[in-house]
Design a protein around this ligand. Structure first.
Ligand SMILES: *[C@@H]1O[C@H](CO)[C@@H](O)[C@H](O)[C@H]1NC(C)=O
Ligand SMILES: *[C@@H]1O[C@H](CO)[C@@H](O)[C@H](O)[C@H]1NC(C)=O
Length: 635
């Protein structure tokens, strides 16, 4: 634990200190550039001797501004040979996007890049067969997009053995033969597109019968089985059709053990986390910035053994991932005092559920925040929810807590996330809300940037900022009498729908929290007025809105979110000095700055943001006026 914290601290401290590594990473990139032909556009911004993480290199993404983590070179008419050996000199490279180019020939040996998480080669002309064990040395791959190329031969079995595979797109190729089965240890595959190939035979049950998996098999005439509703004429060969009775009882025993295990794990999760209190930057540094990790529940050995000996693997045994401690003695016995109670629904628009439904759901850790930890749970009826376990919400007695949560449950605004249910116990509260597919603004902006950042065009960013502003105005009207109508507005509390519509969460918590906890946990208490005079007001929410606005426009991670202020970019200082020197345009994220027709609007929005973060609250406009100005910006 200490080691992990120390490491994060170290990384954040040195994020913005130039180091030799930066510059040395320019060399393999420049070699890459010269080894290929570019017919549309250019990579002139890639220059030896400059820092690839200085924000000026087109298509280069860096982890915490420090080391190259993504190459994103699309639609440049790229052709030639990709020299993978050369890319090995980028030790932290996680994402390669070369889609929509003119690359051809056999698949380059990307397996040499062992840390790769995303490989996107869609819409090129790669051809030939892919070795069956191609993916054996890239165990962290999550996204494999090889669609619309000319690959032939079988789908490599090793790709289906990737435990962390989330999205596999192979459509529009000439793959043939049977589909390999998916490994049991993969619990997170959510999108599989194999359409328009020449695949045949039965779709493996490990794939066809899986819940919560988006699948497409169209355009493969000889495929059969679920979910196509085409019966297979079973050939007597291969996969066991005549089940022997031993296997059937084995399966029944396995099911019993499996449900027992799920129950134990959920109890373990519910009882354990009052122990832990982690500084906020752990969440930022690890869980959100890198990627989602799947469940990290360590199953006690005494339970694990019988399972292993039943020769099957459970779908919740995520014990292999990096150690999350404190699970060791998770047992059924001690639910932690206070009784289990049930879930109280406050908003039934998505249907009703109870604690048993949540307990049976497959869970995934999303991260630890300043108020507690968050889990994603997918219930049997398909509804995905986020369960937030909030510590130290003990200010109100149960009745008053209920009144407050019922009130939240009645809020209806397209940019405000209405909770669905809660669970009350003395020492911890669970708040359940709908899960949003694009995760949070924090994740989309600073997480696996190679993937989502390109979708954050100027119109999308403006839509997000305006949505957040409208949601805030609504909250300021609803909770007009509150000292802090929101109190904790920051990019991790702005969730995004599939279409990037923002939804604000974790609002109006101040009355629920003990005051010393509130000042630790809520972002509004990081405003200058609290630092100087120990005061907060609705204008503190305006300050928080300003930070988000500037975060979205600059694409930088604000150091203001960190407890020690070390790491990230001091957005307040940077914005104020750029304005003083009339160099506002240098603030704009290079990704959108090329949109020169809209520079004027971007600068206007920067000005609004700069007013919001004025250190004297009297110099800020109130929420209503701020929102009116933000709404006035048009594309
Ligand atoms: C780039 O294009 C030129 C002219 O078409 C060709 O001679 C050269 O071999 C190409 N280089 C690569 C790396 O494909
Ligand atoms: C590939 O090209 C098709 C047709 O132009 C387009 O619809 C699709 O979005 C492209 N795929 C990617 C990943 O860009």
């Amino acid at each position: 634990m200490t080691a992990v914290l120390f490491l994060c601290f170290f990384l954040l401290c040195f994020s913005f200190t130039p180091s030799l590594q930066h510059v040395s990473e320019s060399e393999p990139l420049v070699r890459f550039k010269t080894s290929v032909n570019i017919t549309k556009g250019d990579l002139n911004s890639w220059r030896t001797g400059t820092d690839p993480c200085n924000g000026k290199w087109f298509g280069i993404y860096c982890q915490k501004g420090q080391t190259v983590s993504g190459i994103h070179v699309t639609r440049l008419g790229l052709s030639g040979i990709i020299d993978v050996e050369n890319l090995k000199d980028l030790p932290n490279l996680r994402t390669i996007r070369l889609d929509n180019n003119l690359l051809s020939g056999p698949l380059p040996p990307f397996f040499k890049l062992h840390g790769l998480k995303s490989l996107l080669l869609s819409n090129n002309s790669f051809s030939g067969e892919i070795a069956d064990d191609f993916f054996k040395d890239t165990p962290q791959l999550k996204r494999v997009f090889f669609d619309n190329n000319r690959f032939t031969g079988r789908i490599p079995t090793s790709v289906m053995q990737l435990a962390g595979l989330e999205e596999l797109h192979l459509q529009g190729n000439e793959f043939s033969g049977e589909i390999p089965s998916l490994t049991d240890s993969n619990k997170i595959l959510k999108s599989l597109d194999l359409s328009n190939n020449n695949l045949e035979g039965e779709i493996p049950k490990s794939i066809g019968e899986r819940k919560n998996l988006q699948m497409n098999f169209q355009g493969n005439e000889k495929l059969c089985g679920q979910p196509l509703n085409i019966k297979c004429d079973h050939k007597p060969s291969s996969t066991g059709s005549g089940k022997d009775p031993n296997e059937v009882t084995g399966k029944a025993i396995f099911m019993v053990i499996f449900f027992l295990l799920v129950f134990l794990i959920v109890v373990a999760i519910i009882t354990r986390w009052k122990k832990k209190r982690q500084p906020e930057f752990r969440m930022l540094g690890k869980d959100h910035l890198s990627d989602h990790e799947s469940v990290e529940v360590r199953v006690p050995d005494s339970i694990k053994k019988p399972i292993e000996s039943s020769k099957k693997r459970s779908t919740t045994d995520g014990s292999s991932k990096k150690g999350s401690t404190h699970h060791g003695k998770g047992g059924a016995g001690n639910p932690g005092g206070g009784g289990m109670g049930d879930i109280i629904m406050v908003n039934s628009e998505k249907g009703s559920f109870g604690l048993p439904d949540l307990m049976k759901a497959a869970a995934e850790v999303l991260g630890n925040g300043s108020l507690g930890s968050a889990y994603k749970a997918v219930m049997a009826n398909g509804l995905s929810v986020v369960v937030k376990r909030i510590r130290d919400m003990n200010k109100l007695a149960r009745d008053a807590f209920d009144v407050e949560l019922q009130r939240f449950g009645k809020l209806r605004h397209p940019n405000v996330l209405t909770p669905l249910a809660y669970h009350y116990r003395r020492e911890e509260k669970l708040v359940v809300s709908e899960y949003m597919p694009k995760s949070s603004l924090l994740y989309v902006l600073h997480g696996d940037r190679g993937i989502y950042h390109s979708e954050l065009t100027w119109p999308t960013r403006l839509k997000i900022i305006q949505g957040v502003a409208r949601g805030m105005q609504f909250l300021h009207e609803e909770f007009a009498s509150y000292e802090l109508p929101h109190g904790n507005l920051k990019s991790s509390n702005v969730l995004l729908s599939e279409t990037y519509e923002p939804l604000i969460s974790d609002y109006a918590f101040l009355p629920l929290l003990q005051s010393n906890n509130a000042s630790q946990a809520l972002f509004a208490f990081k405003s200058p007025e609290f630092a100087q005079k120990q005061q907060v007001s609705p204008k503190s929410d305006v300050y928080c809105l300003g930070i988000i606005l500037l975060e979205v426009l600059t694409g930088k991670f604000p150091s203001q979110y960190l407890n020690n202020g070390k790491g990230g970019t001091d957005i307040v200082e940077w914005v104020q000095s750029s304005f003083a020197q009339h160099k506002e345009e240098e603030l704009i994220d290079p990704e959108i700055a090329s949109n020169t027709n809209s520079l004027q609007q971007m600068v206007e929005l920067l000005r609004i943001g700069a007013t919001c973060i004025a250190s004297n609250p009297d110099e800020r406009e109130n929420m209503k006026e701020t929102v009116r100005r933000i709404e006035g910006i048009t594309i």
